[in-house]
Ligand binder design. Structure first.
Ligand SMILES: [Zn+2]
Ligand SMILES: [Zn+2]
Length: 178
């Protein structure tokens, strides 16, 4: 995978249980802090309180989002995301900002633009490699409602349309409804 930028994993993507970066894949136990090993970190908050955290190696991600699901449901989820967010434009926009920093990537919901500090629950995600966080289409954040809707795309053919907020419109980045 080509990534656009990287930095040492910031604290928000550390494991609370470990007290530093995640060391093992939560599913298969693969060692993560090895150069070249890529994994996805996901942390879920209820307000300020951490409710769950996990790290998944690439193989386990594929199993969970690929083979573990029917082809159609995994495609449905991806399509739902891409229908709503132009990830390439978003990355270009955020990396091009002079005040570029992680917070810009996770301060609002990817799908509905609700601010993280206004969301009752929120999940933040990032791709990491060894001890670095990778800037690519993620990091990102989903509010609790959108995460649920996204999970719903696994079971249903058509996802509920996302209610978006005006402030999120940026030319060429968030797709307007067809
Ligand atoms: Zn694994
Ligand atoms: Zn949302």
């Amino acid at each position: 995978m080509k990534y656009f930028d990287r930095e040492p994993i910031p604290e928000i993507f550390h494991s609370d249980a470990v007290g530093g970066p995640f060391t093992l894949c939560g599913h298969c136990g693969l060692e993560l802090l090895v150069p070249g090993v890529r994994y996805l970190v996901q942390k879920r908050f209820d307000g300020e309180t951490l409710v769950s955290e996990s790290a998944l190696c690439l193989a386990c991600q594929r199993q969970r989002f690929g083979r573990g699901l029917t082809r159609r449901s995994s495609r449905g989820m991806k399509q739902h995301l891409w229908n709503h967010v132009d990830f390439k434009a978003r990355s270009r926009y955020l990396l091009g900002r002079r005040d570029h920093r992680l917070e810009l990537w996770i301060d609002r919901c990817l799908l509905c633009s609700l601010l993280r500090n206004q969301a009752r629950s929120a999940a933040v995600l990032a791709q990491c490699q060894g001890t670095d966080l990778l800037y690519h289409y993620f990091p990102g954040m989903f509010c609790g409602g959108c995460e649920k809707a996204l999970a719903g795309t696994l079971d249903r053919k058509a996802a509920r349309p996302v209610r978006r907020r005006k402030a999120w419109w940026r030319p060429g980045w968030v797709r307007r409804p067809a």
